[in-house]
Write a protein that binds this ligand. Structure first.
Ligand code: FE
Ligand code: FE
Ligand code: ZN
Length: 278
């Protein structure tokens, strides 16, 4: 089944977000767990969440993807920054448990000059402190573009983090098409080759979510500037291949393109037309 949605705002509540998803033809969605700049989370409104969950059930909206604030840095050279990331993520996971089987995506972070090896070590240390076998949400590592000192720009770096995690059944990967393209993986001309590489290094079974974004920059630019689907360097043909690929077709897709609601509705409609698989 084609699971397609986009990033939505949860600022007016979960139920409101669910109804927005339905109104734009989405059957899944992503949202920030709190203000993306990482401030305090809003108190939980259990009534709102209950209403949201039954609304989603009725309308076959599933695979909720929560995104951690992108300002967190689990591998900063500053121990206080790392501690802040740990506490925020721990709190997020606790709060997300109310949603049931959702997924929690985060950016591995930037090593800020400490080196990739140290960065990977600090990320696995953090994950080993917060992941429990009992928790409901699965934690996803997002593939990064390699801007500055970002960790997670190669499949090897992502695999290195996973290797150090004790509770492996709670960890997965979110592949961002703009990020991997900017990171130097040619998903435009060699999607099969890139996925083979992913499978060899990480294991395709770890892939749990896909961020669908075109890129403003050429492959390998290490920039991370998202573009509307079909208007960037990746192009519509590549997205047609991506959403119909046999390894990817059953994984949920989330748009994070520069759009308002109406723009997302259009992109979702376009992608549905390009989908040839059931
Ligand atoms: Fe992200
Ligand atoms: Fe992303
Ligand atoms: Zn990005």
């Amino acid at each position: 089944m084609f699971k397609i949605g986009c990033h939505l705002s949860v600022s007016k509540g979960f139920y409101h977000m669910g109804s927005e998803a339905l109104s734009i033809g989405a059957n899944t969605m992503q949202f920030f767990t709190r203000n993306p700049r990482g401030s305090k989370a809003k108190p939980i409104d259990e009534k709102d969440i209950e209403k949201f969950l039954s609304f989603c059930k009725e309308n076959n909206i599933t695979s909720f993807l929560a995104h951690a604030p992108y300002t967190l840095n689990p591998c900063s050279s500053n121990p206080e920054t790392r501690e802040f990331a740990l506490q925020t993520m721990e709190d997020d996971i606790k709060r997300l448990s109310l949603l049931g089987e959702c997924m929690y995506n985060f950016h591995p972070g930037s090593h800020t000059g400490q080196g990739t090896e140290t960065g990977i070590q600090q990320i696995t240390d953090l994950l080993n402190k917060i992941i429990t076998p009992q928790q409901k949400p699965i934690i996803l590592l997002e593939t990064m573009a390699g801007k500055g000192t970002e960790v997670g720009k190669t499949f090897e770096e992502i695999a290195g983090i996973i290797e150090g995690v004790n509770v492996k059944e709670k960890i997965g990967v979110c592949l961002d098409t703009c990020h991997v393209h900017d990171g130097g993986y040619n998903i435009k001309d060699d999607l099969d080759g890139v996925l083979e590489e992913f499978d060899k290094v990480i294991g395709i079974g770890r892939l749990k979510a896909i961020h669908l974004n075109d890129s403003m920059n050429p492959c390998g630019a290490h920039k991370d500037r998202h573009e509307k689907i079909g208007e960037g360097h990746i192009g519509i043909e590549a997205f047609t291949n991506i959403i119909n690929n046999k390894y990817l077709k059953d994984i949920p897709f989330y748009l994070e393109t520069p759009n308002e609601l109406d723009g997302y509705a259009k992109e979702i409609a376009t992608l549905k037309k390009l989908r040839t698989q059931e």
